[in-house]
Design a protein around this ligand. Structure first.
Ligand SMILES: Cc1cc2nc3c(=O)[nH]c(=O)nc-3n(C[C@H](O)[C@H](O)[C@H](O)COP(=O)(O)OP(=O)(O)OC[C@H]3O[C@@H](n4cnc5c(N)ncnc54)[C@H](O)[C@@H]3O)c2cc1C
Length: 571
């Protein structure tokens, strides 16, 4: 029996009025061409358009949170970056950065130790794009962005990240360093370099915490700093230091007897000749983020300056982590969104069983539910950005929850999108394997899921009043009461045993509050209402009977309704 794809797609009986579609299948069966290496069928490649104008979530976020006057100024910059990130030029930079991996020349011709780190042109090119587009600078430019610089900055981070060959890693650490150094006038010149819009001036920063003894638990740090007449001398071994090509680092070291302290240290000596007491022990051999030079470093008498007070290292680095976790949350959702964009563009071009892939209800339902999931994650991540610089104590909790939840969901979404492109999804040329590999680290660095969840469990009791106030404003006080009363009923052992569930449940409650608020706005449409249904129970209710009849139509609208053009740029 012949099945009409149009009828199948929209859940109607198989006796079809769509004769034309049926005839097409018949004729297709009768005249099958013989293929050769250069004749027969070739799949039309999926194409991505401007990543700002074609993204329905970004437009919504912009309208919700950014004032009209700032939008007027920012939109041309977003559009320009939206084009850059799908341009031929950036594709070449990514390819180059992924092919020509960083390496270290340990000795010169005469056997002298030099530890010269060589990075690719593609990797270095990313710094130029980042700097010219103000990826760090915008967050601090309150004059230009009328106090909304953080939102403008993170919309740019969202656009840039999936095409950055993970250059957003050093950028996030640079932002964290800029934020903490901005508090101390002694670091005024360093701060100016970190937020510079001039690539010849701009510095990037590393963040060296993890040692062989541990990254989650830095209390066993072995690196020591000793006070000298001109500052501190730092000696020890750092096990993970990404962006080894940076100009400076913030690092933790023991200052007995006061404990762990935070230090600023330039990587090179004042003359610019040679390292400031740093030896590159070796570069890491990683699953992903391969263009990013991550190294093990030996420090011998590295000259550094104390940031804050002795013994306050963990407290000081925590404020840096709030920033890098925000970067991580936004980078997560942007990677997932890019993977989804590729999968939906592919489905629009691919034909299976005589019909377009994006008309098959099963496939459409998958794309649609991932898109609704992404809308919720986008709300959570960008809402967290609102707390940056606001002095709101909820920042720590939101940053931990958003980082942990968005990272985990991203790994899931990218994996699904890879499968959604069939065998081609597994091929490097589609970018999906790169996005997949790179997504795995998002749940590890800046705090693993367990570590963040444990932090959430520890933080909740300190922020009950603030959580209630937030929930009250969002109209979900009852739900928050239920959540907190269940939390209250658990003893410490249960709380830590169930820390992940507690943390993820909080994430889902926060998302639910945000999508509910969005769906209640006057201009809310089918997307916002469907999003509300999806997040009501974190998963859509299984529909039966007549409801299911309309499902494919709604799914199509969710997947393609506001994003119909995929014609300009090749992947
Ligand atoms: C590509 C890459 C780049 C990196 N770059 C940097 C960098 O630039 N600077 C830097 O400082 N670090 C960097 N890291 C290190 C990273 O931050 C750490 O790997 C991470 O914090 C985990 O620490 P660990 O590796 O010591 O694992 P461990 O701390 O040993 O963790 C092992 C497991 O134990 C679990 N665990 C730990 N503590 C708890 C707890 N209290 N409760 C429950 N479970 C727990 C963790 O969730 C994890 O699953 C990088 C890592 C990678 C992969």
């Amino acid at each position: 029996m012949l099945i009409c794809p149009k009828c199948l797609a929209f859940g109607k009986p198989r006796v079809s009025p769509h004769k034309a579609s049926v005839r097409r299948i018949v004729s297709c069966k009768m005249s099958r061409a013989v293929s050769s290496s250069d004749s027969g069928f070739f799949q039309k490649p999926p194409v991505l358009t401007n990543q700002f104008t074609s993204d329905p979530h970004l437009g919504r976020i912009l309208n919700l949170y950014v004032s009209h006057s700032v939008q007027q100024k920012a939109i041309p910059e977003f559009k320009s970056l939206g084009d850059i990130v799908v341009s031929e030029k950036i594709s070449r930079l990514i390819e180059n950065a992924e092919r020509e991996l960083p390496y270290v020349v340990q000795y010169d011709e005469w056997g002298r130790r030099i530890d010269k780190l060589v990075t690719s042109e593609g990797w270095r090119g990313m710094k130029v794009i980042a700097c010219e587009n103000g990826l760090v600078a915008d967050g601090y430019d309150n004059e230009k962005w009328q106090g909304q610089g953080r939102l403008v900055q993170f919309i740019k981070v969202y656009l840039f990240n999936p095409s950055s060959a993970t250059f957003t890693c050093p950028l996030s650490m640079t932002d964290g360093a800029a934020q903490i150094l901005s508090r101390d006038p002694a670091f005024k010149e360093i701060f100016a370099r970190l937020v510079s819009r001039d690539v010849s001036e701009m510095w990037t920063s590393g963040q060296w915490m993890t040692e062989r003894t541990g990254g989650s638990d830095v209390s066993r740090t072995e690196t020591q700093a000793t006070k000298t007449s001109s500052g501190y001398s730092i000696t020890g071994f750092k096990f993970f230091s990404s962006a080894t090509d940076s100009d400076m680092a913030l690092l933790l070291a023991q200052t007995p007897p006061s404990g762990l302290s935070l230090f600023y240290a330039p990587l090179r000596t004042a003359s610019g000749q040679g390292f400031n007491g740093v030896r590159i022990h070796r570069l890491k051999n990683k699953l992903g983020t391969r263009p990013l030079p991550t190294a093990e470093l030996e420090l011998r008498d590295m000259k550094g300056e104390l940031v804050g007070k002795e013994g306050c290292g963990v407290k000081n680095i925590s404020s840096v982590l709030n920033i890098t976790r925000c970067w991580n949350a936004i980078s997560s959702i942007s990677g997932a969104q890019r993977a989804w964009n590729i999968a939906s563009a592919y489905a629009a071009e691919r034909t299976v069983f005589g019909t377009q892939l994006n008309l098959l209800p099963t496939h459409l339902s998958l794309l649609s539910s991932m898109n609704l999931m992404l809308r919720g994650l986008t709300h959570l991540a960008f809402h967290t950005i609102l707390f940056l610089g606001s002095g709101d104590v909820l920042l720590r909790l939101f940053a931990a929850v958003a980082k942990a939840y968005c990272a985990k969901k991203t790994i899931e979404i990218v994996s699904e999108c890879l499968e959604a492109c069939g065998g081609q999804g597994y091929m490097e040329e589609t970018s999906l394997p790169r996005l997949y590999r790179d997504s795995q680290v998002l749940s590890i660095w800046e705090g693993t899921t367990n570590v963040l969840s444990s932090d959430v469990v520890k933080t909740i009791p300190k922020l009950v009043t603030e959580l209630f106030a937030w929930a009250e404003k969002k109209g979900v006080r009852r739900e928050m009461e239920e959540y907190l009363s269940r939390f209250d009923g658990m003893d410490q052992v249960v709380r830590f045993t169930r820390a992940r569930e507690i943390s993820f449940e909080l994430a889902e409650l926060l998302v639910w509050a945000l999508v509910k608020e969005d769906a209640e706005r006057e201009d809310a449409g089918v997307f916002e209402r469907e999003c509300l249904l999806y997040w009501k129970s974190a998963r859509p209710q299984v529909e039966t009977g007549s409801q299911a009849q309309d499902r494919a139509k709604i799914d199509y609208e969710i997947v393609y309704g506001r994003n119909p053009e995929y014609r300009h740029s090749r992947l």
